[in-house]
Design a binder for this molecule. Structure first.
Ligand code: IMP
Length: 171
């Protein structure tokens, strides 16, 4: 099934460049640590780091959420932890999409317990109409309607991550 294009590769590239500037202007000064939530954010992260003209380190957090593919239960298992400490660092948590917000909430709680100097969140996509919990998303690429989206790292059953655009999957 071919997804219906929502955001083209060129539109995404323009927005990521803007986001990088916004993040650089608004994050506390000094070096940052960007934490990529795997797997969904890996494509976004690769472009975003190159759009932030600031000294930074990158780290990766593997997570698996329980529940079916389209419904988050909010119960998240960390399958691969960070390789570095984030204590006293300015941390930006980079997610693919804030849907119910439960995953982001869980990860914010886990990371804030490690004593970062600051902790902010960035999601490429946000579905505000689906939010089940109040969670701060400090930087958002695009707001999307309540549809299942794929591409640019986002999957359906592990497929479509390699699409250069973001599209809606309708059966
Ligand atoms: P949450 O509901 O905010 O906890 O979302 C958890 C995770 O579900 C996200 O990080 C995505 O990996 C996945 N997800 C939610 N909505 C979509 C979607 O529309 N397409 C692909 N993955 C999604």
């Amino acid at each position: 099934m071919k997804p219906i294009e929502l955001f083209s590769a060129a539109t995404i590239a323009r927005r990521v460049t803007e986001l990088g500037k916004q993040i650089d202007a608004q994050m506390p000064p000094g070096p940052m640590t960007l934490v990529c939530v795997l797997k969904g954010a890996f494509v976004f992260m690769a472009d975003l780091v190159r759009a932030i003209p600031r000294q930074m380190t990158c780290d990766f957090l593997g997570v698996r959420s329980y529940g079916d593919a389209t419904l988050s239960s909010g119960v998240v298992e960390i399958t691969s932890d960070l390789g570095t400490t984030i204590t006293d660092r300015n941390v930006l948590l980079v997610e693919d999409i804030a849907d119910t917000g439960l995953t982001l909430r869980y990860l914010l709680d886990v990371l804030s317990a490690r004593g970062p100097a600051s902790l902010r969140t960035c999601a490429l996509l946000s579905k505000p109409s689906r939010r089940a919990i109040d969670v701060p998303v400090d930087f958002v690429g695009f707001e999307v309607p309540d549809e299942f989206v794929v591409g640019y790292g986002l999957d359906a059953g592990q497929l479509y991550r390699n699409l250069p655009y973001i599209g809606v999957l309708r059966s």
